[in-house]
Design a protein around this ligand. Structure first.
Ligand code: F6R
Length: 613
């Protein structure tokens, strides 16, 4: 994530930048900074903390060039490097001639940083972004213009780049670059604002150019010149934004939950980005000591709520691929059950926030028993990240909706990577097998993206037909079981209806007594080695009068025709199927909650971060 903003015009840039950063703070808020071109020099002010902290520093201090009319700003959601003042953006080159702000991830940063150091550059931060300033510096020193140098840099770096840069020697314009991360340019009559999102622009103008992938733009007061990746000029026409500032950070969605459901392809993509390279899993954050990983005697996954369901998927994947026994425990139970752990055990603590009191306590307890702890979390430098011996970050970006959606799919993707990594270290799968699975994992975001609209339509129709029911069961087997658990949790959280997730084979041991006409049963019946058994369980529900909704693979007529209603999903390998199958469940819960007139973003009695035991 991260929010970036740039301004050139006739107003004092500092005010515009700080205001813009406040509006982009939902994108990340661990550190912030601004740079302006003053009297023949670039002045930078940056710090760890929120935009408010930066604003106070800017007010109290620091920057002499208060009337400067060109500048850039950044609010960070750390990926590479802790959220410190040094790692905060803007970053500068060795000469201090330029400054940059960046949103994205540079995948080949290791090799680029090594090469830059070898060529004598002094890299001050632990970020991948700083490299951009030094690469630009080289282009400028060879006589290229800033935009020419930027085009060249775009060719050198792999990964996602939205960058805005300023040049001390050219105080009349800034240069913007975009690939895979959003960047928009608002064109005013005598000013221009570049930003990651509309909120930072609308105050100044409604005429906006949405930059396309691979483009570089020179932006001056009231003007923009855009170049394609081959350097050719591209004609652009600003479009008029005709909505207001009340909810722009929802990017046109009616609520955060739907927006975040739609962000799942990029959450998964960003989580796996750069972690499978040259045919190998690279979990640099986790590797620590491969000798230890080879000799683990067991893994214990601890988590709460939705994160617990991601942990359940991890159990199936780690046992199947890495052949290590895995226990899974609710964090709130773990330390009170006297678990048997020693220094050969690995504890994996899964948490979106990294602040859940039960899971933080479980980490501490596991460490006190001598176990190693890996945290899987979404918030950089959270308590759990600090407690753990290693952290595997999900890169879903801040999640605003209280009911977890995109962080769940990102957690599952991260845990699948962890399982494959363990299989690689312990050689329980061949590199060919690992490569095939990792490649298929890389295809999942595209499949989710391609199906979101049709699942939304199916969810609307399903909610119209069963939305008045009061009792729901979600059933699955194998990796379909955690999906069923999560489907039921989503429905009860946001619609306040009674919903139970069950292992399908367990129904006959008691809960089937509750099944009668009027009860709705959602069956996860996508392909896998237990599918035939799931379909038999589905028949048992039908025979007792339940209304049956099935989640089945496209073209699986046997499953689809037996159900009263079907969500159809593309077929993928069994272990990866939860990444797809859960999305229709989320949309189903969403549509039912909407039909009941409920606030899906802030369901009653819940909190986004649970810091009490
Ligand atoms: C469900 C939900 C909660 C959290 C749980 C753990 O939608 O959001 O069940 O999953 O409170 O929170 P984290 O993952 O922050 O530890």
């Amino acid at each position: 994530m991260c929010g970036i903003v740039g301004y050139v015009g006739s107003e004092a840039a500092l005010g515009v930048l700080v205001d813009g950063l406040h509006r982009l703070e939902y994108r990340g808020y661990d550190s912030a900074g601004v740079a302006v071109v003053g009297d023949g020099a670039i002045e930078i002010e940056k710090c760890a903390g929120k935009v408010g902290d930066l604003a106070s520093r800017v007010d109290d201090s620091g920057i002499a060039a208060r009337a400067a009319t060109l500048g850039i700003g950044h609010t960070r959601w750390a990926t590479h490097g802790a959220p410190t003042g040094i790692n905060a953006h803007p970053h500068s080159d060795c000469t201090g001639r330029i400054a940059i702000v960046h949103n994205g991830i540079i995948e080949n940063h290791r090799s680029l940083a090594a090469a830059l150091r070898e060529r004598g550059h002094d890299l001050k931060s632990a970020t991948d972004s700083e490299l951009l300033a030094h690469l630009l510096e080289e282009g400028l020193s060879e006589g290229r213009s800033l935009s020419e140098a930027a085009l060249e840099v775009l060719g050198e770096v792999e990964g996602s780049v939205a960058m805005v840069t300023i040049d001390r020697d050219d105080p009349g314009r800034l240069v913007a670059v975009r690939r895979d991360s959003p960047l928009l340019v608002g064109i005013g009559s005598d000013s221009a604002v570049v930003a990651s999102d509309i909120p930072a622009i609308l105050e100044h103008t409604r005429r906006v150019v949405v930059m396309s992938d691979g483009q570089v733009a020179e932006v001056g007061p009231g003007e923009i010149t855009v170049f394609a990746s081959d350097g050719a000029k591209v004609a652009v026409e600003p479009k008029e934004i005709n909505w207001d500032l009340q909810s722009p950070e929802k990017a046109g969605y009616p609520d955060f939950m739907l927006k975040e459901i739609h962000e799942q392809p990029s959450a998964i993509r960003d989580t796996i980005r750069g972690r499978f390279e040259d045919g190998k899993l690279r979990l640099d954050e986790v590797h620590g000591d491969e000798g230890f990983l080879r000799n683990i005697n067991k893994i214990v996954v601890v988590a709460c709520g939705t994160s617990f369901h991601a942990g359940m998927v991890a159990k199936y994947a780690i046992e199947h691929w890495a052949r290590i026994p895995v226990e899974i425990d609710l964090a709130s139970e773990f330390r009170y059950r006297d678990p048997v752990l020693d220094d050969k055990a690995l504890v994996v603590a899964v948490s979106q926030s990294g602040e859940t009191a039960d899971t933080v306590a479980a980490c501490r307890y596991a460490k006190s028993l001598g176990a190693r702890v890996v945290a899987v979390c979404n918030v950089v430098d959270s308590s759990m990240a600090r407690e753990a011996d290693a952290v595997l970050y999900t890169r879903a970006g801040p999640e605003v909706g209280v009911a977890a959606t995109k962080t769940f799919t990102a957690q599952m993707a991260a845990m699948e990577l962890l399982a494959l990594y363990l299989a690689q270290v312990r050689e329980s799968l061949s590199s060919h097998e690992i490569g095939e699975i990792a490649t298929e994992l890389g295809r999942i975001p595209g499949l989710v993206d391609a199906n979101l609209e049709s699942w939304s339509e199916q969810a609307k129709r399903a909610s119209q037909s069963v939305g008045r029911s009061k009792d729901f069961f979600f059933l699955g087997r194998g990796v379909g079981y955690p999906v069923a658990m999560e489907g039921a949790l989503k429905l009860k959280e946001i619609s306040y209806l009674h919903a139970e997730g069950y292992a399908a084979g367990e129904m006959k041991h008691g809960p089937i007594a509750l099944v009668e006409p009027g009860v709705v049963v959602v069956v996860i019946a996508t392909s896998g080695h237990v599918k035939a058994k799931v379909l038999s369980n589905m028949q048992e529900m039908k025979a007792r009068g339940a209304t049956v909704l099935v989640i089945a693979n496209d073209g699986d007529d046997a499953a689809i025709e037996e159900a009263d209603f079907a969500f159809t999903v593309p077929e993928v390998s069994e272990m990866l199927s939860p990444l797809i199958d859960v999305v229709p469940c989320q949309l189903f819960a969403y549509e039912i909650a909407l039909s009941r007139g409920l606030d899906v973003d802030k369901p009653r009695n819940l909190a986004k971060t649970v810091t009490v035991e």
